[in-house]
Write a protein of this length. Structure first.
Length: 104
């Protein structure tokens, strides 16, 4: 038999639109607000100026885009930073630590 029921992602029920945390929507809203202000203030004479004006909204949208196995790109970047800045050499201190010679 061995029929196992794997529960659905229960975290989605606590997310806004089943995909976003409040901080995600705040980041996206700030990026869009900055882009709107720049649209009204800055001249758009060349293609590069238009790209620079739209850049805050595009960067914020990239950060909050949902991806599989992680929440979004912002989570991936935070996890990557934490992995690269934390200790990389792990010293064994388990239940049989007395059975192993000292690690130097």
């Amino acid at each position: 038999m061995n029929n196992y029921l794997i529960p659905a992602n229960t975290k989605r029920g606590s997310l806004i639109f089943s995909a976003f945390r409040p901080i995600d929507l705040i980041v996206l809203g700030i990026g869009i607000l900055i882009t709107l202000v720049l649209l009204f203030v800055m001249p758009m004479n060349t293609t590069w100026q238009v790209i620079l004006i739209l850049l805050p909204a595009l960067v914020c949208a990239f950060l909050v885009i949902p991806i599989p196995n992680y929440h979004n790109m912002m989570t991936v970047i935070v996890e990557l930073y934490a992995f690269l800045t934390n200790r990389q050499k792990y010293i064994w201190k388990g239940w049989c630590v007395k059975d192993v010679k000292e690690v130097k």
